[in-house]
Design a protein around this ligand. Structure first.
Ligand SMILES: Cc1cc2nc3c(=O)[nH]c(=O)nc-3n(C[C@H](O)[C@H](O)[C@H](O)COP(=O)(O)OP(=O)(O)OC[C@H]3O[C@@H](n4cnc5c(N)ncnc54)[C@H](O)[C@@H]3O)c2cc1C
Ligand code: SF4
Ligand code: SF4
Length: 390
């Protein structure tokens, strides 16, 4: 047999290590700080600081400098295999989850159902950010044997602390509700993985913004699934950006006198809404906050947590319902069983056409942030030269 130009190309051997990750993702600006590489490293040589201005991985061994890895030179490739921003991560995760890539029209990812959902339990509903669905799922999944723990975000120092988000493990209803609500600063919930494993937990839910929900499927598609194997349920938070923690000291406190340890709740609905413990309510123009956008978000193309089992957000007229995108068989099974058990209420997503329209618009805007110099596969459906709206 002769080899012609039409013969399929031999599959490229995966030799990429920290060196390539550092150059193509971390210093190029694609890195979201999701910490997938940190939990995947079998030699524990990737560090991560959950601190203002940080949220990026760095190498802990210095013999080859910050941009190379001795284990990588000897053949270790786990970090690039785990990274949901390295090369063609999106179609690879799509293939793993859905058996195909998203089409140009599927701007918010491959979806089975779009619903508006809220927790039936009044306390869960009131404690939750929008409809309390995420907390309701975690509580129900813990009580029904789907998971034995969840990687979530909580507040450092509890509600009396300084509104500093931190990754934590929740194993019961009280712990789930202690983490309910949204902080709009970054929390790499993935980092709680080691703590969960140390506690002997083996069936986990990961709650995370879009960037974190691609970690598991990317790992599976690139054969480091052993690390993501304990993550049985992947719950996504729709996300257009997160802010650096310095937002609170440098804008909220300095200009508006809102001290971070006095914040009760916050939400973003066109403006930054802030409720204080003294009962006062404040609105801050979002445009003013943009200067504190976390660097890792500037090139993020995924608004809709496209690789989660269930993605959740709070857009549209019905802001007290969770806009819910069900993507996988597991996601559908859980929503159906929760409906049968009466722990959630749901209505069709198209009962709020404004929400669906906004979902598409915001997803399109995020898509346009993926740079033209990065993997072309991720710009499916985007016209050349499409400009991002930061
Ligand atoms: C940074 C950020 C940006 C977001 N941007 C948008 C947006 O632009 N549009 C939109 O529609 N929705 C956005 N969301 C999602 C929205 O705020 C709600 O989280 C979502 O609607 C689920 O609501 P719920 O009532 O079901 O969740 P809840 O029941 O309140 O549960 C929320 C879960 O999110 C976790 N969590 C809270 N803060 C963080 C954090 N900083 N990092 C990681 N996990 C966290 C909690 O631990 C909890 O498990 C964003 C969320 C975050 C955290
Ligand atoms: S995007 Fe995530 S996995 Fe990739 S380098 Fe950054 S922190 Fe690591
Ligand atoms: S925009 Fe949201 S999903 Fe994207 S990198 Fe920032 S925090 Fe992650």
């Amino acid at each position: 047999m002769t080899i012609t130009e039409d013969a399929p190309a031999a599959k490229e051997r995966w030799t990429f290590q920290w060196k390539e990750l550092h150059e193509e993702v971390i210093t190029s600006g694609l890195c979201t700080g999701c910490a997938g590489c940190v939990i995947a490293c079998p030699h524990d040589v990737i560090g991560y600081k959950h601190e203002p201005g940080q949220y990026k991985p760095f190498h802990l061994e210095d013999e080859l400098g910050p941009d190379n890895c001795g284990h990588g030179e000897k053949g270790c490739t786990s970090c690039t295999r785990a990274c949901p921003r390295f090369r063609a991560w999106e179609p690879q995760a799509d293939e793993h989850l859905f058996g195909r890539s998203r089409t140009a029209d599927e701007v918010f990812g491959v979806a089975k159902d779009v619903l508006l959902v809220r927790a039936a339990d009044d306390h869960v509903y009131e404690t939750g950010q929008d409809g309390g669905l995420v907390s309701a799922i975690l509580i129900w999944a813990l009580e029904n044997g789907y998971i034995d723990g969840a990687l979530v975000s909580g507040l450092e120092g509890g509600s009396d602390g300084g509104w500093k988000a931190r990754p934590m493990v929740a194993t019961n209803r009280d712990e789930v509700l202690a983490g309910a609500g949204s902080r709009y600063t970054y929390s790499a919930n993935t980092i709680a993985y080691d703590e969960a494993r140390d506690q002997g937990l083996s069936n986990l839910a990961l709650v995370g913004m879009s960037c974190q929900t691609s970690i598991g499927p990317v790992m599976w598609s690139r054969k480091v699934g052993k690390v993501s194997k304990p993550i049985k349920l992947n719950i996504g938070l729709l996300c257009s950006k997160s802010f650096d923690d310095s937002l609170f000291d440098e804008l909220f406190a300095l200009k508006y006198g809102l001290q971070k340890d006095q914040i009760q709740k916050m939400n973003i609905k066109g403006v930054f809404q802030v409720w204080m413990k003294d009962g006062s309510y404040h609105e801050i123009n979002l445009k003013e906050c943009h200067a504190w956008t976390r660097e890792g978000c500037n090139h993020c193309p995924d608004f809709a947590a496209e690789h989660a089992d269930i993605s959740t957000g709070g857009i549209g007229d019905a802001t007290d319902w969770t806009l819910t995108i069900v993507r996988t068989d597991l996601g559908r099974e859980i929503i159906m069983r929760m409906l049968q058990d009466g722990v959630i209420e749901a209505k069709p997503g198209d009962s709020d056409p404004g929400a669906l329209k906004l979902l598409r618009t915001l997803a399109e805007r995020s898509r346009a942030r993926w740079p033209e110099w990065a993997a072309a596969e991720v710009r499916v459906g985007l016209k050349a030269g499409a400009k991002a709206d930061h």
